[in-house]
Design a protein around this ligand. Structure first.
Ligand SMILES: NC(=O)c1ccc[n+]([C@@H]2O[C@H](COP(=O)([O-])OP(=O)(O)OC[C@H]3O[C@@H](n4cnc5c(N)ncnc54)[C@H](OP(=O)(O)O)[C@@H]3O)[C@@H](O)[C@H]2O)c1
Length: 362
């Protein structure tokens, strides 16, 4: 039996944890150590051990739930264990491993997969300081994860790294259509995405790398909708800005399914756009939202109102791009929510708190 370079007594307390449905925790502060690799006992073929950065966020929380429901092992790589413990209370999430930065390497070692979602939220006012942090948080976390992976010997190296990036890579346009082959744009977000992706591409070539260029994620419990709905209500549900901007969205459940598929399907590699196959102009998005919420959509929400709420980060909504998920469709990925009307119906009708403006956007 080979350990993740840890003290041998853990093997006595936990000889074969990979075979438990939910790994039992022994000492919280040493959670990472309870895992060990047994080269003679293969994992249940479908069971993954997944280390996740940004697991406490809007997308990560849902991904963790899905992984656990599918009987995988989850390790949360976070900056704050105490915050994470309140998001994933032990009672509801038994077996989840939570570690802060100094312990990340031990957890990445012998994980079968890593998902990298960390980054400072971009829907904020962009001071020079914040812009620096938007970039730094993504580039540095990705560099750290990649460096750890690259230092590992092949027998304990994760087999796949799924790393987030964004459709902001393409820049913005009201007329162009972008797929994975399209060139990058020349604004701030495009620059961030290029550097973010470049750091992920530094991962050892034996590790399958999937870069998901994520569109605006629509889901319960936060995200863009939690910010848009109060404005929408205030202005009687009109289009945001001119309404002609493209809005390349994806339902949170579809994005999580795409990540799950990327983790386990060897054919998924390289850049994959994480957007629904039917992007809409923002005017249509607002019209559909009004319909689902039973409110008329006729007064435009002015740019200044959006900028007041989102600052320069409003550009994500005010200046969009039409992005198609060409690669995901070629790979045969099936979207549960290809149309925004169905996605909104699902989200709004099942989340009263979101409609009442009680959900805080990240
Ligand atoms: N949601 C979207 O619509 C969307 C669209 C395109 C791309 N993406 C990308 O997908 C990723 C996940 O999105 P999300 O909406 O789930 O994000 P989120 O809710 O804002 O969560 C991101 C996580 O990143 C970590 N984080 C926050 N600030 C950080 C900092 N300064 N330095 C290092 N880590 C920091 C936090 O984890 P800990 O506190 O546990 O460390 C946080 O939970 C992000 O990188 C985002 O840019 C999201």
């Amino acid at each position: 039996m080979e350990l993740c370079k840890i003290s041998p007594h853990w093997t006595k307390t936990s000889p074969s944890l990979f075979h438990l449905r939910r790994p039992r925790l022994i000492k919280e502060e040493k959670r990472c150590r309870i895992f060990c690799v047994d080269n003679n006992q293969s994992l249940k073929s479908e069971q993954l051990i997944v280390s996740i950065t940004g697991a406490t966020g809007f997308i990560g929380r849902r991904l963790v739930q899905r992984l656990l429901a599918d009987n995988h092992v989850v390790r949360v790589l976070t900056r704050s264990r105490s915050k994470t413990k309140s998001i994933f209370p032990a009672k509801e999430f038994p077996g989840i491993i939570i570690v802060e930065e100094p312990e990340w390497p031990k957890c990445i070692e012998a994980s079968s997969a890593v998902v990298n979602l960390a980054g400072l939220p971009i829907s904020t006012r962009w001071s020079a300081e914040i812009k620096k942090e938007i970039k730094r948080s993504r580039v540095n976390t990705t560099t750290k994860v990649v460096d750890v992976i690259n230092c590992l010997s092949p027998d304990v190296q994760p087999k796949v790294l799924v790393s987030a990036t964004a459709v902001g890579y393409y820049g913005t346009s009201e007329t162009q259509v972008f797929d994975e082959q399209s060139p990058s744009g020349n604004d701030f977000l495009a620059e961030v995405c290029r550097e973010w992706e470049a750091r992920a591409q530094g991962v050892n070539k034996d590790v399958r790398l999937v870069l998901i260029r994520i569109g605006v994620v629509l889901g319960k419990d936060g995200g863009a909708l939690a910010r848009m709905i109060p404005l929408f209500m205030m202005f009687a549900g009109g289009p945001l800005g001119s309404g002609k901007q493209w809005f390349s969205w994806i339902h949170l459940d579809d994005l999580v399914s795409l990540i799950m598929e990327a983790l386990s399907n060897q054919s998924y590699k390289g850049v994959i756009n994480g957007t629904a196959p039917n992007p809409v102009r923002l005017g249509e998005m607002c019209e559909q939202l009004g319909r689902v919420m039973g409110r008329p959509s006729w007064l435009p929400v002015p740019d200044f109102a959006l900028k007041a709420v989102l600052g320069e980060g409003a550009s994500v909504v005010l200046d969009g791009q039409k992005v198609l998920p060409k690669k995901a469709q070629e790979l045969g990925f099936s979207f549960d929510y290809p149309y925004v009307s169905d996605a909104l119906k699902d989200i709004i009708t099942s989340d009263k708190k979101l409609v009442q403006g009680q959900v805080r956007a990240p």
